[in-house]
Design a protein around this ligand. Sequence first.
Ligand SMILES: [Zn+2]
Length: 260
Amino acid sequence: MEFPVQTAPACARCGDVLTTPALSPLCRACRLAPPPFVKSVAYGTYQGLMREAIHALKYDRLHPAARGLGCMLAAAMAQLAGEAPAQMLVVPVPLHGSKFAQRGFNQSRLLAAEALRFLGKSHPQWRLTLAPSTLLRLRATESQAGLTPRQRRLNVRGAFSVAEPSKVKAQHILLVDDILTTGATARAAAQALVNAGAESVWVATLARAQRAQGFGRRLAFEDRSFESEDADDLELVGRAARGDAQHAAGPSSLHQQSPF
Ligand SMILES: [Zn+2]
């Protein structure tokens, strides 16, 4: 069984495919607006078998898939072993409360726990501690549909907060998620951790959607779950490309959700 891996030159910060690798080690998005995380790594690309396996876990609740995927996530995290600090808190990206209620589990937390079991054996000197209740997902209740561009910006800004900043202060954080699309979710989560006093934030995901390999409309339309789940990211891509990400204001009507 083969899972798709990224072979093209990648951005040194976010891992996105570089269209002009000779000009800069960083992609345009990272040059225009450096992300709040140090580096993001992924095991493979969000295609083919990888996408099927993630779907099996998330939507068919095929929990045995978590073991194999957890092993792959461990391999992604291990890419940081020589570079990232020796002691880190592993923070899964939480689900929005209604999504958690619907799915019954947070796949990122499950995958992080599996990955740590593998890393405990392969990298016993690496002190990684699972901290699943660290981040809270805050979210406006309105759907993105029918909102003006300005309302959408208000809707997605500040999606995360830290439950107890004292537990994050001066800590090194390894943020974990199943899929990285544009990086907007990782940026928002990392920013919340940095704002709470985290010393550094690193990111590891199973799979990333490659913009250069058809990220955007084609992928979004052929995969409705992807489209709905990452609607914020899709919106943010357009804004980052226009360079107006800084003009978004704070959220207007947020309510606190479960830490999952
Ligand atoms: Zn980048």
